[in-house]
Design a protein around this ligand. Structure first.
Ligand code: F6R
Length: 612
């Protein structure tokens, strides 16, 4: 989704802005631009397409020098990707104000009509241009500083925003504002930055401030001042980035996605290890005390996309181990479905980025209804992490590829911890079983490492099957949930149509899509369901499907109709989704590579979905 970077200091801002924009590429975008104060005033260069195109345009403009500017990567919402819809947008007839914006202004049409009545002429179809003109309108002719005007302007906006604003009135100053969209301020020596994401500042500073909703910041080379909604100065704690730059680099891999797939043993280990102390699962600091876990009547898991798929696995493990009713619901549906929530409910919100707009809104709704909310989040101090009643961090490290892999695996691990602790609190597991589960969880990273050994096999299978136009994933129970994630991985990065089906459900309609040569990936990791899944495999194979079976060493069913069998290392069945996804992430990855897709930045997708 859109990215913001801004710099004000003593050195040339343009290379810093460009570097920042490159580091934001992973969020997904379709156009990019910058605005900076140069010898010619407030200059804007922007273009549809990749950042290299923007670089080219900046070269053509003579590589202007500037010590203060703002940059943006746009993921289109209002108006198609085009040069004129790209940010920054200028405000006023003479373009004295420039604005970059992440989010959606919901009342933009009304504001636009009002501004047009005052003679403002719009160049784009965006909601953002309204903000630029609004600031110009409120600023012109008034003896107030830009921050005061921005405070007034944001008071008139409905919707969500992270804003970076510069004005000819002060060429060293950037004004930043946020509501429901992340924005941080990087603190340097004689220079400061704004950014939607730590990756954009980390090459210059590790110190930063998180802007909270409804705050406005004035960022100058030598100081940063933050104001609340009332215009009072707020004291903000300074945070420090805990990971180093190499974590956000490819480290010799062809793509971030492959690097992150390979990092999964470490990601799971770092998530599990701190939570197991002396053979006990410790979650009290996340607010999950035994007393609370004992009294829960209902668990709601809320998430989107892959995080929801992790939630589907978690739901099955929680119900199985804890015998407490648990539902996994799409956040965007949860929030508008008048859900039944009580004070005795636990709401688990899962989000890698911690900024997903729907998940955040659904969590707030659950909180308002009195449920205790715990967030499984990867990005430290993200909005969901800060607003949840308790947080269980996944320590996957920065995830750069748009398609999540290590984030997802770490989420599964966190859910297993919650399931086991809940079962213990409710007296459904004894001390011996706790010790056993702790051993199993600590062994999971090694199981994932062994599962990764199939990398060459999956590369070969990818080259065999990369030309298929449709792929089906079949499984039951946990395997169905894992199939959902495997299917999403394939379609999002390779653009191959794919669906996951509960293996027993296929014959109720979808089997009519199976024809000679259709690729079907069957998952069978639960012994009691082996035979059932074998029957479903035979049903599709007899209609011409070519089947890859992902199963365990224990599988002794008849797989004679399968073209290939991938055997996973031994692991307790309830954690099998952590292993079965590994070969299928690799399959998706290599199919996307075979098809020459932009693996790390698939079309139309965004890493952090901060709009509804
Ligand atoms: C798919 C993917 C998305 C995210 C979803 C939620 O590979 O990454 O489906 O899982 O957008 O994002 P978070 O976890 O940041 O809330």
């Amino acid at each position: 989704m859109c990215g913001i970077v801004g710099f004000t200091g003593q050195v040339n801002a343009l290379p810093i802005l460009m570097k920042g924009l490159y580091s934001l590429e992973y969020r997904g975008y379709d156009s990019a631009g910058i605005a900076a104060f140069t010898g010619h005033g407030l200059e804007v260069v922007k273009t549809k397409g990749r950042i290299v195109n923007l670089e080219e345009k900046i070269r053509e403009a003579g590589n202007p020098y500037s010590t203060c500017g703002i940059g943006h990567t746009r993921w289109a919402t209002h108006g198609s990707p085009s040069d004129r819809n790209s940010h920054p947008h200028l405000g006023g007839p003479d373009g004295k104000v420039a604005v970059v914006h992440n989010g959606i202004i919901e009342n933009y049409l009304f504001l636009r009509q009002q501004l047009e009545k005052h003679g403002y002429v719009f160049q784009s179809e965006t909601d953002t241009e309204t903000v630029a003109h609004l600031i110009d309108y409120l600023h012109t002719g008034r003896q107030e500083d830009l921050a005061q005007t921005v405070l007034k302007a944001v008071g008139l906006l409905r919707g969500s925003y992270a804003l970076g604003v510069v004005s000819m009135a002060d060429q060293q100053e950037i004004v930043a504002a946020r509501r429901d969209n992340p924005l941080i301020i990087g603190l340097g020596e004689g220079e400061n930055m704004i950014a939607s994401d730590i990756t954009a500042i980390i090459s210059r500073t590790r110190k930063y401030i998180i802007l909270d909703d409804n705050e406005v910041a004035v960022v100058r080379p030598d100081r940063v001042t933050v104001y609340n909604q009332l215009g009072d100065v707020v004291d903000k704690p300074v945070q420090e980035v805990s990971w180093d730059l190499s974590a956000a680099e490819k480290g010799g891999y062809a793509h971030f996605m492959l690097k992150e797939i390979m990092e999964q043993p470490r990601a799971v280990s770092d998530t599990v290890r701190p939570r197991i102390q002396d053979g006990h699962i410790m979650l009290e600091d996340s607010g999950l005390t035994d007393e609370r876990l004992r009294s829960i009547e209902h668990i709601h898991i809320i998430a989107c996309g892959s995080a929801l798929h992790a939630g589907m696995v978690g739901r099955a493990v929680i119900e199985d181990l804890c015998r407490v009713r648990c539902e996994a619901t799409v956040a965007s549906e949860f929030r508008y479905s008048n859900p039944i929530i009580s004070e005795k409910d636990l709401c688990i919100v899962i989000s890698q980025s911690g900024e997903t707009a729907d998940s955040l809104a659904a969590m707030r709704q659950a909180q308002a209804a009195g449920a205790f909310t715990v967030a499984i989040v990867n990005v430290v101090s993200s909005s969901i992490a800060r607003e949840a009643d308790g947080v269980l961090y996944t320590w996957a490290g920065p995830e750069i590829a748009v398609a999540t892999t290590k984030g997802y695996s770490a989420q599964l691990a966190a859910l297993y911890l919650i399931a086991a602790r809940t079962a213990l609190a409710r007296g459904l597991l004894g001390a011996d079983q706790e010790a056993e589960i702790c051993r199993d969880l600590l062994a999971l990273p090694e199981g994932i490492r062994q599962a990764l050994d199939c990398v060459k096999t999956m590369q070969c299978l990818a080259s065999l099957y990369s030309n298929r136009s449709s792929v089906f994933y079949l499984g039951r129970g946990l395997d169905y949930a894992a199939g959902m994630e495997a299917s999403l991985k394939l379609k999002e990065i390779s653009y191959v149509h794919s669906e996951a089906y509960a293996a027993g459900e296929l014959k109720h309609g979808t089997i009519s899509l199976i024809e000679e040569g259709t690729l079907v990936v069957a998952l069978a990791t639960q012994e009691r369901l082996f035979e059932k899944t074998v029957s479903n495999i035979r049903e599709v194979a007899s209609r011409g499907a070519e089947v890859i079976l992902v199963t365990t060493d224990e599988f002794d069913g008849d797989a004679s109709v399968c073209k290939s069998i991938i055997r996973l290392p031994t692991c307790p069945e309830r954690f099998s989704a952590s292993l079965s996804i590994i070969p299928l992430q690799l399959l998706a990855y290599y199919i996307a590579v075979e098809r020459s897709c932009d693996v790390d930045k698939p079309r139309n997708l965004a890493k952090s979905v901060t709009v509804e």
